[in-house]
Design a binder for this molecule. Structure first.
Ligand code: UDX
Length: 463
């Protein structure tokens, strides 16, 4: 989202606070760049526990956004034993560290005017307001998944559900049990994350803006439903316009990454392939497959007979079948992290086997890449439902009775998406959504207007 238009503000200073998860850092960083391009000063907050692993990649010297580290209860490099402990310690230490940071800037020419915070940390709104500045939550998941959390929180969706349940919630299509977020399917499966996702809806009545990484055309009914409750501003997709326009020769972006992408190797390998011939496979930054699922996926990819580029994070590498790498080395590239936007925007990429993390879903949809949806947990089943049945830009795998997707099923889905017939319809729909995504962020589009409105309202409220 690089924007060459007029500067709206020359005195606003916004702090941006994502949770230390790649799928939260990426959209919040891209949104920050958009603010910086309109004259806002932006400081991105990283907690001390991120240590040296959270590094700016590329164009270090040119970046427009400052990064500041604040104390979150851990010294650099020290890691929390559990998620629960991490969140508790953060809640105990961050309010003071953040208030001090806001104070530090108070007497400078860049006093902080707003805190844009990860919606999963709703208590940050109180920190902002008690420091006398604005606060705006930033949602890194779909509106649809959030509406299911709303009904779980307010009891209008009675949990636990039977596995045979079919649920009809306002503004959403009919959803089967397996289409609901994993924490709604089985609330007890991960109580810490269940509370985290539900609680993001608990402190919103005092917020003036809810910023959301989606766009109106994509989730129109759901966006309207949320608008009737809270002042939502859809601002997505937060993808730099050079990718949306495929002006890749201008690819001089920077990122804030917890992983080191194998950019050159990926692009060089993709350059050597035919247009639309490669299957790209990635399960994002968190999902972890069982060893048997990893083997089925590996052999399913081989059976499909397409070249594939597969991201297997370091922590997952040991699960690869031992004879597989040798067996497929001339048709495949396996890397520990890819420059995903570059990969999806590359002409050789024909389809994306994805866990349907919200960012991966939005990125593929915005770049017109058809998907094989293989959701794992959290909001991903709901995203997969929309990919397959609402936007119709991909197919969803069937899961076997033992919870594993077989190699035959993976092969079938890849072929369905890559080949003629259904594949043609999916490619046409993908092109349509790509165009609508671009329109939303182009000058005068729905997200573009919302961003301008937010910036103008913020500027006029601080004088
Ligand atoms: C999580 C959740 O899964 C998601 O649904 C939630 O709403 C946000 O956070 P994650 O599981 O990591 O994130 O997936 P995803 O949302 O797809 O985010 C991954 C990000 O990492 C994407 O922006 C993707 O472009 C990037 N990525 C992934 C890379 O740059 N390289 C890779 O090799 C893999």
């Amino acid at each position: 989202m690089d924007d060459k238009r007029a500067v709206i503000s020359s005195h606003n200073h916004v702090l941006v606070f994502p949770l230390r998860v790649q799928g939260h850092i990426n959209p919040m960083l891209q949104f920050s760049k958009r603010l910086a391009s309109r004259g806002f000063r932006v400081t991105l907050i990283t907690p001390t526990s991120s240590g040296n692993s959270m590094q700016m990649q590329e164009q270090e010297q040119d970046r427009s956004i400052k990064v500041e580290t604040i104390y979150d209860g851990y010294n650099e490099g020290e890691k929390a034993a559990t998620r629960d402990e991490f969140l508790d310690r953060m809640k105990a230490t961050v309010p003071q560290s953040l208030a001090e940071l806001i104070d530090k800037y108070r007497s400078t020419q860049w006093p902080v005017t707003c805190l844009i915070y990860d919606s999963l940390l709703p208590w940050l709104l109180d920190v902002a307001q008690s420091s006398g500045i604005h606060g705006a939550p930033f949602f890194t998941q779909s509106c649809a998944a959030t509406v299911t959390y709303y009904h779980a929180l307010h009891g209008s969706l009675k949990l636990p559900l039977e596995e045979s349940s079919v649920v009809k919630l306002p503004s959403l299509p009919e959803m089967e049990f397996n289409d609901l977020p994993s924490f709604v399917q089985v609330p007890g499966s991960n109580p810490v994350i269940y509370d985290l996702v539900l609680n993001q809806l608990s402190n919103l009545d005092k917020a003036i803006w809810l910023l959301w990484n989606t766009f109106d055309a994509l989730e129109d009914e759901v966006v309207n439903w949320i608008s009737s409750k809270w002042p939502i501003k859809t601002i997505g997709p937060t993808i730099p316009s050079m990718f949306l326009d495929k002006r890749l020769e201008d690819d001089k972006d920077y990122s804030l990454s917890l992983f080191k992408p194998k950019s050159e190797a990926c692009v060089k390998w993709l350059d050597s392939k035919e247009p639309g011939s490669v299957v790209y496979v990635s399960f994002g930054s968190l999902a972890s497959l069982g060893e048997d699922q990893m083997a089925e996926l590996a052999w399913g990819l081989k059976r499909s007979n397409y070249s594939f580029l597969w991201v297997v994070r370091e922590s997952e590498e040991k699960k690869l079948p031992s004879d597989f790498i040798e067996d497929t080395s001339d048709t495949s590239l396996i890397v520990t992290w890819s420059p995903q936007l570059q990969v999806l925007a590359h002409r050789s990429t024909g389809c994306f086997v994805t866990h349907c993390g919200w960012n991966s879903t939005l990125e593929a949809l915005s770049l017109g890449v058809p998907m094989v949806a293989m959701p794992q947990w959290t909001d991903q089943p709901t995203n997969a439902k929309f990919v397959a049945d609402v936007w119709r830009v991909g197919v969803r795998v069937n899961v076997g009775d033992n919870g594993v997707v077989t190699k035959e099923e993976i092969e079938r889905c890849i072929r369905e998406v890559m080949e003629e017939g259904r594949g043609n319809e999916i490619r046409q729909n993908s092109e349509k959504w790509k165009e609508l995504a671009r329109k939303a962020v182009d000058e005068g589009g729905s997200s573009d207007k919302n961003i301008d409105e937010f910036l103008e309202e913020l500027s006029s409220s601080v004088g």
